[in-house]
Design a protein around this ligand. Sequence first.
Ligand SMILES: Cc1ncc(COP(=O)(O)O)c(C=O)c1O
Length: 422
Amino acid sequence: MVAEVTARPRGAIGVVRAYSDLMTDASAAVSARVRAVAESATLAIDAKAKALKTAGEDVIGFGAGEPDFATPTHIVEAAQAACADPAAHHYSPAGGQPALRSAIAGKTRRDSGLDVEPLEVLVTNGGKHALFNVFLALLDAGDDVLLPAPYWVSYPEQIRFAGGRPIELSTGVETSFRVSVEQLEQARTPRTKAMVFVSPSNPTGSVYPPEEIEVIGRWAAHHGIWVITDEIYEHLVYGDARHVSMPVVVPEVRERCVVVNGVAKTYAMTGWRVGWSIAPVPLTAAMARLQSHATSNVSNVAQAAALAAVSGPMDVVDVMRSTYDRRRKVAYERLNAIPGVSCALPQGAFYVFPSVAGVFGRSVGDRIVTTAHELCEALLDTVQVALVPGEGFGAPDGVRLSYALSDDDLVKGLDRIADALS
Ligand SMILES: Cc1ncc(COP(=O)(O)O)c(C=O)c1O
């Protein structure tokens, strides 16, 4: 069978058929559990944009959820030193190096004021992996998880994969994309095990004020609902917005709370793959057990880099934040100037999430677009601009643009969108 696969490039028709049969067999063999997982809408559009770019097209990518900065030098140097240190060449504790777990506890006290023990910290391959562990460790078949929409694309897939049921609660621009406690209460049933809370939000850039966080936290604690609070954009807030951690505002939520965080967005380290969860010790121990069979330790070199990041200076982050702040205003103003497009001024993260329902029915290039997905395809094909359609975020009237790209590309890309839609 393997010989047939390797024989394919020789081009014999019979062998090619056998190869495609093999592929069909392999597709049929994929488990129902994994067949049910949708491709990440954000990674898919980013991959298409990158492929076009590699092919020489002048593509402007608003799709990727990652900083356009390089990782700060002191972090890179710490990783270089780790590469040369034989101690980093071997397995280390699956739950994370003790020095990094302590540093994350210290950084959390410093940044959000949450008092954390190193044993509550689990170091993971990015925040995404932390969330995956959490849902697998918390959910049983039939458990419901309240999920405000628009949501980050991976939450519903991960919840379903773990056997849970995501219960979407829709929010719109009129409520600044923030869910209310009344909505949560209306959706609550005896099956409600947990809720996902994200502030600042991907994809909307909305940030909850402390008083709303308090009301939601008290409601969750009162009903014994677990809160998974994703704080990965904690340092990227603008204007008067402040990041506030729910278990700090509502200490009684703490016993059923998981904080998820990571170095990716704050320190321009998306490719290094280091995140973490902070959870009560028995849950952390359970997730560490799971992780010990799945991935073992996160790369020691990446952990050394993360240690330098979380215990290092924050002025590098200030520079990145003020750059995003400038760009978000440009994106907000230019998008709102396009007829049929309207958006709220984002207060955090590096995304803007305009409604594009007003352009449905209009022609873009040679086709009429009637959905966000069609609009994004048309914009990529006709003016080489990559945006992410809202369908994957549970918000089919919107599109997501990341403004973590150069000022020149930002303006050029927004001009192209305006031209295509005018
Ligand atoms: C809200 C949110 N949480 C978690 C993550 C995961 O980040 P990473 O796995 O790169 O640490 C992302 C990445 O886009 C995100 O937007």
